[in-house]
Ligand binder design. Structure first.
Ligand SMILES: NC(=[NH2+])NCCC[C@H](N)C(=O)O
Length: 476
């Protein structure tokens, strides 16, 4: 039998993942709170679900669990169904055990009285709820309670605490590295409840039963909680978007707006202590909202192909090009890269640029014999490079080697894919052809599949962020 959990690359054929379909909380983001809740704007929930995210679920099901969807599409899409196939609390929900919904796992663990009492108490403590509300919640039926805890509303109208709209970005909650699960330690308050819920799921759900010993949690260094006042400086934070498993022996960690140097440091110590991998590379990127995590700057497409933002990935341009460069400090844009080894006889190694690191991974970790290629955000044309990176041109999810999902709005990046010989296809077309048997998933190769993104992109994450792979095939 295949294990439930094992991920040792970014591109091996995807078999199982955790997702969360947008709950009603996303439709309750208000302008005054959008930034605090890490959304760039308010979103139109209905469009975001029906016109965008549902396609993602459909496509994932065709690739990972086809019997759930094949031949049933017409029925699933009838207006009378009212999207029941996509609603975790509905009877007709797909409930795939390959495309796994967080809300279902939460409802499952809430069946247990102790877990329910503890989890409700924890949520109420985080949200500062009064005791009567806590009592009321602990008596709710698990399926309803799961929905309330995630959306923050008793029903569609009655809000009891803030939503956690970023739960759709399951990647950030934790990362599977080989047989280990590294839990996150979020930098932003808005993502606190999400992490706490995921801790309960990973430690209590039967599907993770055999992995209890391999769950890794990052401690805070003592220096942090002994600091005066609200000083956050020594805090250890780490979010999944900053962790990439590029091969069974090599993990990348971003040091970013979200993952602190202490967070990276603690993670490296854990990896080496538990023999998770022997090689960890830290990629320090400017701590900016634009970049957030390393997976907003690059993701892998094939063993020798990467989608990247050139301004961060290329070597630093020479400085003395204009008079200005002689009397001002240029803003540090490019990434700083250091590789560490569990073998203490080896000295840490610096890489001059991200491109050189990625080339090294392609050739030496993944034994690629072809030239390493970079597909640039916005085709490396100013200002499209920055515009398209902002809307996740580099944040792609590989369903298998060479087949990636991305947003339809990043025109110049799409052009760059075409120029590199990739096919580009709209998701609706792919689904239609799969349903009609004109196309089979094995025939889809070297393809960028485009999904509609007008609403989703306002949440500032792409399909890499919207996926937490649990199982991928090994790549050979
Ligand atoms: N892995 C990622 N890049 N995740 C993107 C998360 C976006 C989310 N709105 C946040 O700011 O937290």
């Amino acid at each position: 039998m295949k294990p439930l959990i094992n991920v040792n690359s970014e591109i091996g054929t995807l078999r199982k993942l955790l997702v969360h379909s947008p709950d009603s909380g996303l439709g309750q983001v208000v302008p005054s709170k959008a930034q605090d809740w890490l959304f760039e704007d308010i979103v139109h929930l209905n469009t975001l679900r029906k016109g965008e995210y549902d396609y993602y679920i459909k496509l994932l099901l065709y690739f990972l669990d086809a019997q759930k969807i094949k031949g049933k599409l017409k029925h699933i899409d009838t207006p009378e169904q009212d999207r029941a196939f996509f609603k975790p609390d509905a009877k007709a929900f797909h409930r795939s055990d390959k495309v796994i919904e967080v809300q279902s796992l939460l409802a499952d663990i809430l069946e247990d009285h102790n877990v329910r009492t503890n989890l409700v108490a924890a949520v109420c403590a985080i949200e500062g709820c009064n005791y009567r509300l806590q009592q009321l919640l602990s008596k709710k039926d698990p399926i309803k309670l799961a929905k309330i805890i995630l959306s923050g509303s008793l029903d569609d109208e009655h809000m009891i605490f803030a939503p956690i709209p970023n739960l759709i970005f399951t990647r950030d909650l934790g990362i599977v590295i080989n047989r280990f699960i590294l839990l996150n330690k979020p930098a932003k308050k808005a993502r606190g409840r999400e992490s706490m819920i995921m801790r309960y799921i990973f430690f209590n759900h039967p599907i993770f039963k055999d992995f209890q010993e391999t769950i890794l949690e990052i401690p805070d260094p003592i220096q942090h909680f002994l600091r005066p006042g609200e000083d956050e400086e020594k805090r250890a934070t780490l979010e999944g978007g900053d962790v990439m498993v590029v091969s069974s022996n090599h993990v990348l960690i971003g040091c970013s707006e979200r993952t602190s140097p202490h967070g990276a440091n603690e993670a490296i110590k854990l990896f080496f202590k538990h023999k998770v991998v022997e090689k960890v590379t830290v990629i320090k990127i400017p701590a900016k909202r634009d970049f957030m995590h390393i997976d907003t700057i690059f993701t892998q497409v094939k063993r020798n192909v990467w989608a990247v933002l050139a301004s961060v990935a290329k070597p630093t341009p020479s400085k003395d090009e204009e008079p200005l460069d002689f009397f001002t400090e240029p803003e540090q844009q490019t990434a700083e890269i250091i590789q560490f080894y569990s073998d203490k006889t080896l000295k840490p190694r610096r890489f001059p640029s991200l491109e050189e690191l990625l080339d090294d991974i392609s050739r030496n970790d993944l034994n690629s014999t072809e030239k390493t290629q970079f597909i640039y955000s916005g085709n490396n044309v100013f200002p499209f490079d920055a515009r398209e990176q902002w809307t996740d041109s580099c944040n792609l999810l590989a369903l298998k080697e060479g087949v990636v999902l991305g947003y339809d709005r990043n025109d110049k990046t799409i052009q760059a894919f075409l120029e590199k010989g990739f096919q580009v296809k709209e998701v609706a077309k792919v689904i239609e052809e799969l349903e009609l048997d004109i196309l089979h998933i094995n025939q889809i190769e070297n393809t960028l599949i485009l999904l509609p993104s007008a609403e989703l992109s306002r949440a500032r994450g792409g399909f890499h962020c919207m996926s937490l792979p649990l199982l991928r095939d090994d790549i050979h």
